[in-house]
Design a protein around this ligand. Structure first.
Ligand SMILES: Cc1cc2nc3c(=O)[nH]c(=O)nc-3n(C[C@H](O)[C@H](O)[C@H](O)COP(=O)(O)O)c2cc1C
Length: 331
C-alpha cells in the first residue's frame, strides 16, 4: 500500500517555497532558511540589506517577519502546527526564528484561506477606493497578537502622512546614495529580485497616490484616472527592537493576506518611517487616532480595487538560493 503523505522534510520545503512569496523591502528577499533534522531555522541575510534606506536593518527584519508568518500559515495548510522560538540564539542577531512542527488532525480553516491568498497578494500602487467600516474592522482584527497594533488614520492623519511623505522626499533630494540604491533595486526588468517597472506607476501618474514612495518611472497603468481614496493603517509597536520588527512583519503579513482574501488592494509604505522627522509626523497621526504604542513602523495603504485584475507578480530568486540543508554529523 502506498503512503502518499509527504515526509516532514518535503512539507518544510513546500512551506519555504510559499514563504518565499512574502513581500520584502524593494523585493530584496533578505532571508535564508535552514532545514535541520527536527526544525526549520530562519536567518536574516545582511548581504541583502538596503543599507542607505535601512541602516539599522529594521525593514530587513520586518520583511523576514512577513516570511515567518507566511511559513506558519503554509505549514498550517499542509496540516502542521508550528511552535516558533523568536531570536533563539543570543550570540547571533541574524538568527530570527526556530520553527518546530507537529502534525494536526484538523488544519485551521482560517490559515488555509490565508495560505491560498499568498498566490494572489500583490503590492498594489494604483489609486484605490475607500474601505467600508466592516472591511476596516476585518483588517484590524486580522493581527495575530497584541504586540503590534493598527491605527486607522482619519483624514487629518492622512494629511500628516502626505506632509511626512513630502518631507521625506525633500530630505532625500540631495542624497545620491539613497537614489543610487533605489535605482539599483527598482525600475528595471530583472526577473528574480527588485521592483520591476511593470509594478510601478508611470511618472505622469505618480501624483495620484501622494503618500507613495517615489520610485523610478514604471508602466503600471492605473486604468482609471481618479484620486487615491485608500485608507491608511499604521502598524505600531511598543518598542523599536528587533523583536518588535519581527512581530511587526508577522502582523503586516496577516493584514496583507487578509486584504488579498477579501480582494482589496494594499501596499506597505515605509519611506515616511525611515527618517526621524517624517516618522515623528506619522507618530503624531497615530496619536490623533488614539494610539498609545510609540513606534510607527509601516503604513499599509488599503482600499477597494477600482479596476478588475491584479498588478503583475514580482519575481523571486530560485528557492535553492535561500534554502540550505544542515545534516547532523557532517562538517
Ligand atoms: C518592510 C517593507 C517595506 C516596504 N516599503 C515599500 C514602500 O515604501 N513603498 C512601496 O511601494 N512598497 C513597499 N514595499 C513593498 C515591496 O516593494 C514589495 O513587497 C516587493 O516589491 C515585492 O512585491 P510584491 O509585494 O508585489 O510581492 C515594502 C515591503 C516591505 C516588506
Amino acid at each position: 500500500m502506498s503512503n502518499d503523505r509527504p515526509t516532514q522534510e518535503e512539507v518544510l520545503r513546500r512551506a519555504v517555497a510559499r514563504a518565499h512569496r512574502a513581500p520584502s523591502v524593494h523585493n530584496t528577499q533578505p532571508w535564508i532558511w535552514e532545514l535541520r533534522d527536527d526544525s526549520l531555522e530562519l536567518f536574516a541575510d545582511p548581504d541583502r540589506m538596503v543599507s542607505v534606506a535601512d541602516p539599522s536593518g529594521r525593514q530587513m527584519v520586518i520583511s523576514c517577519g512577513a516570511a515567518l508568518h507566511h511559513a506558519q500559515i503554509a505549514l498550517s495548510e499542509l496540516g502542521y502546527d508550528t511552535t516558533v522560538a523568536r531570536f533563539p540564539d543570543t550570540d547571533d542577531a541574524f538568527h530570527l526564528a526556530t520553527l518546530t512542527v507537529r502534525p494536526v488532525t484538523f488544519p485551521d480553516q482560517r490559515n488555509r484561506t490565508l495560505a491560498e491568498a499568498v498566490a494572489t497578494r500583490r503590492s498594489d500602487r494604483r489609486p484605490l477606493g475607500p474601505l467600508s467600516h466592516d472591511e476596516i474592522q476585518t483588517l484590524v482584527s486580522s493581527l495575530p497578537s497584541d504586540a503590534v497594533s493598527a491605527s486607522v488614520l482619519s483624514e487629518d492623519g492622512g494629511e500628516l502622512v502626505r506632509e511626512a511623505s513630502e518631507l521625506a522626499v525633500r530630505e532625500r533630494a540631495g542624497d545620491d546614495r539613497y537614489h543610487r540604491e533605489l535605482h539599483w533595486w527598482s525600475g528595471h526588468y530583472r526577473l528574480f529580485e527588485g521592483v520591476p517597472r511593470s509594478a510601478l506607476p508611470p511618472l505622469a501618474k505618480r501624483g495620484s497616490v501622494p503618500s507613495g514612495r517615489e520610485f523610478p518611472a514604471g508602466t503600471l497603468e492605473p486604468a482609471r484616472d481618479v484620486p487615491d481614496q485608500a485608507n491608511l493603517l499604521v502598524l505600531s509597536t511598543p518598542g523599536d527592537t528587533a523583536l518588535d520588527w519581527l512581530r511587526c512583519g508577522e502582523a503586516m503579513s496577516a493584514l496583507l493576506l487578509t486584504a488579498a482574501v477579501t480582494r482589496l488592494g494594499a501596499c506597505p509604505i515605509t519611506h515616511v518611517t525611515e527618517l526621524e522627522d517624517s516618522r515623528a509626523l506619522v507618530r503624531e497621526a497615530t496619536e490623533q487616532a488614539g494610539e498609545t504604542l510609540r513606534f510607527p513602523q509601516v503604513i499599509i495603504r488599503a482600499g477597494e480595487r477600482l479596476v478588475p485584475g491584479l498588478p503583475p507578480e514580482t519575481g523571486r530568486r530560485p528557492v535553492e538560493e535561500i534554502l540550505r540543508v544542515r545534516v547532523t554529523g557532517t562538517r
